[in-house]
Design a protein around this ligand. Structure first.
Ligand SMILES: [Mn+2]
Length: 320
């Protein structure tokens, strides 16, 4: 763990960019906002960059007005942070091609991390990237104000499924307890994260649930989300977040898979597992990544081709 190197880089530099993967989720955005606020407290100049801006569902977080969607390839920075992701290309094309960032620092908790940073602070055991940011800010003696506590608490809620997933342990709950003491309100965050959906979400959910296929022995469930379903329901991709968890929640299911049509002959495949199948290993076979219980990859081909490749790999994974 290279906390020391990261702390050094923060102390020696002034002008930072903080970013994460495109279509940021709660952990990505919460980590950016908390780190940004911490760096500002230390007197640093900070640009928080998100190619896709702030999703509506996360607009309740403090300081989202400071998130910028604009970046040019030559914009100069002493150092750049990528959080919750370790591949420059996942941030977006402009960031991937940027020439102005002198030192790149990755803070991430994914199992198979791209480690594209000059410094890589990676802990696959951390429940969220935000928890790593929290540890970093404490080591930097940054006082944890409410504007830091709330986004970090949000990273825990979103990445642990509301403190239910296997990445939740007593330390996670202790951290959450500290954050609540420091001003994060559980109901405020949960209400915004889990009870703030659009009605069109449920219209498209109905269509996706109808596509569900269950394997004969009931261990595998998979479903499909197409662009047509989204447009018929008047829904955006972000309205369909987390549908795969419905498939995993079936008692007999160990692995759930969702195929989402991204464009013609291009599918985003998401995986969830319950207890034993390492779905990060499955996603890795197709150039994707993630965690043992939640992962994803993108595949080219017709739906039939993509499904047959993926379902074969999942079948194999059951045998390991
Ligand atoms: Mn994460």
């Amino acid at each position: 763990m290279s906390f020391k190197k990261v702390i050094d880089a923060i102390q020696k530099n002034h002008n930072f960019i903080v970013t994460s993967h495109a279509n940021p989720d709660g952990d990505a955005l919460g980590s950016m906002l908390a780190l940004g606020a911490g760096l500002k407290f230390l007197g640093k100049k900070v640009k928080i960059y998100s190619r896709d801006g702030v999703p509506k569902t996360l607009a309740f977080l403090p300081n989202t007005n400071l998130v910028s969607r604009d970046l040019t390839v030559d914009e100069p920075f002493d150092a750049g942070f990528i959080v919750d992701c370790a591949e420059k290309e996942r941030v977006g094309d402009i960031f991937r091609d940027s020439r102005g960032i002198k030192k790149l620092i990755v803070v991430d908790h994914h199992l198979k991390s791209g480690r594209c940073g000059d410094i890589n602070l990676i802990d696959a055991k951390a429940p969220s990237t935000g928890e790593l940011v929290y540890r970093l800010l404490k080591k930097l003696k940054v006082p944890i104000s409410k504007e830091i506590a709330v986004p970090i608490y949000c990273t825990l809620v979103t990445d642990t499924g509301g403190f239910r997933y296997s990445n939740t342990n007593s330390k996670t709950l202790k951290t959450a307890s500290e954050l609540v003491r420091l001003g994060a309100e559980p109901w405020f965050v949960s209400k915004n994260v889990d009870e703030n959906y659009s009605a069109s979400r449920f219209k498209v959910l109905g269509k996706v649930l109808e596509t569900m296929t269950l394997s004969p022995e009931g261990h595998l469930a998979y479903g499909l989300l197409t662009r047509k379903m989204l447009s018929e329901a008047g829904a955006a991709v972000e309205d369909a977040e987390g549908f795969i968890n419905f498939f995993r929640s079936i008692g007999t299911v160990e692995v759930a898979v969702q195929f989402r049509e991204e464009s013609d002959n291009l599918y985003k495949v998401s995986f969830r597992s319950k207890d034993r199948v390492d779905v990060a290993a499955v996603a890795n076979q197709f150039g994707g990544g993630g965690h043992a219980r939640a992962s994803g990859c993108t595949l080219k081909g017709s739906l039939q081709e993509v499904q047959s490749k993926i379902l074969k790999a999942v079948e194999q994974a059951f045998k390991i």
